[in-house]
Design a protein around this ligand. Sequence first.
Ligand SMILES: Nc1ncnc2c1ncn2[C@@H]1O[C@H](COP(=O)(O)OP(=O)(O)OP(=O)(O)O)[C@@H](O)[C@H]1O
Ligand SMILES: CC(=O)C(=O)O
Ligand SMILES: [K+]
Ligand SMILES: [Mg+2]
Length: 569
Amino acid sequence: MPSMAADLPLISSWLDSKRTPFGFGFSLHISPMKLSFNHKKLNGLVTRAVLQVGSVANEKLKGLKKIQGLGFDVVKEAELVENGFLGMRKTKLVCTIGPSSCSYQELEKLALGGMNVARLNMCHNSRNWHQDVIRKIKKLNQEKGFCVSVMIDTEGSQIHVVDHGAPSSVKAEDGSIWFFTTERFEGSRPFTVQASYEGFNEGITEGDELVVDGGMATFEVIERIGNDLRCKCTDPGLLLPRAKLSLWRNGKLVDKHHELPTLSAKDWSDIEFGTSEGIDFIAVSFVNDAAVIEHLKDYLLAKNKSVKVLAKIECLESLKNLEEIVEASDGIMVARGDLGVEIPLEQVPALQEEIVDLCRRLNKPVIVASQLLESMIEYPTPTRAEVADVSEAVRQSADALMLSGESAMGSFGLKAISVLRIASTRMELWSREVNRVQKFLPPLGVSLPDRIAEQICNCAGQMANKLEVDAIFVYTRHGEMASLLSRNRPNPPIFAFTNEDSTRMALNLQWGVVPIAFDLSDDMDANVSRTTDLMKAKGMVKAGDAILVVSDVIPTYAVYQSLKVIVIE
Ligand SMILES: Nc1ncnc2c1ncn2[C@@H]1O[C@H](COP(=O)(O)OP(=O)(O)OP(=O)(O)O)[C@@H](O)[C@H]1O
Ligand SMILES: CC(=O)C(=O)O
Ligand SMILES: [K+]
Ligand SMILES: [Mg+2]
């Protein structure tokens, strides 16, 4: 077993770099508070070796605030009691809510099944429907002790089918002639497909290709007449309601997204509605560049709304500006559905891995989305290939996996979430064995502006693994340290105590973090003893458990970040 001292050079090397721009000096002290040599994990080490890195406080510690109980997610609590610290799932699960999952009972079942975030796609359904779902989720959280965050996903300016002349799907036969029109009309016309965007056929000429849903059906443009494109079906298939339309010339996409506003008037109105209902995340569809994310974040800041903004990577333009988009946003969704429409399908897997790695480097949570268990929309078991896809996303250490149609409209949403839960827990375990995590994941260098926090958390991650502590406790107001710890993908779970509700809900999307509501005080020792006492009383920690404690609680008088190891007595 490596000794704790082995970590000291690492820590002291960054301690040398003083935080002069902020006017703080740093001290490191190791104070053995109590010696005991029989702990199962830290045999031979002091039981309360305290490694503290804090600014020199020039004021006395403030008095203890009144601390109430712990706001612990009932599902995580049960998971901990049942599986122990190491058996807790790290990968977060997002479920799209739709007609088959919108009742109070179904939502409760999904929450019990491990849903961390509920996604509402504003492309579908009415304002009242969305409001009703959001309120049900809030009620479940409040009355039943769940911790499910709410995400809205903007409609954006997609080019899709408005009407295709049939109530549900319609088959386009080989060689059949169809009109794709931008004309608005009521009712339906046979062999006529209404497209959502007026500029849809501009610049399109004979010989171009019109692709439906990324290859579900393909047409050749024969003629452009006024508002219409007259097309011949060259690859037969189904036209589904709201099917996506894209145009191609000589094997290259004719990019129309950049002509459209990323946030339409309807999107702004949906955002206004969502924030007034207290949502936690906005996922922005078809992001082209960082500007739209910055604009939305400024807007939310001005309105004093702590809502996290996620950028969906799903079009060509977003790939060109990937790094600036990741930097600007609070998280990313790899929206493989539309991405696979805009770029050749075989490029999606490598891109997914690159995006996941980039997000980890820049410390932004990342969701892998779409078609993870697509066959489960219809069938109660997944294909082997789907389970392999899910496991691969977990191996890449994506923060979260997302269900779409599987939970929104399928009959087996609950089974689908249990497949995600079981497959991700299994893969996490496998990745941890014989240090595979270290082999798989690119090492973290020094890449973030807050180098001190970054290095504390990198060291904490290494220490947690080497010392085989049972859990990491982090005390955080804005979630920064919790997020930086998560970025290291350590073996033990990260319990993040926070007094900010918005921080708690945002941390729901971060790998391995269990967010817990707690009335933080400026007195760190009081926080630690109070939370461990409360968790002990609940049977969640017991004597002998080793815990790595990290803090970024910032009292009014100083910056105070610390790292220490305690063993529960
Ligand atoms: N609120 C809803 N009401 C009705 N049906 C829904 C709803 N949400 C999703 N669905 C159904 O589930 C399917 C998949 O949902 P999802 O929202 O993930 O679609 P998507 O096309 O992947 O997303 P996006 O439109 O953002 O690209 C939809 O095509 C739709 O049929
Ligand atoms: C989720 C989504 O928007 C997509 O995959 O296209
Ligand atoms: K959407
Ligand atoms: Mg999409």
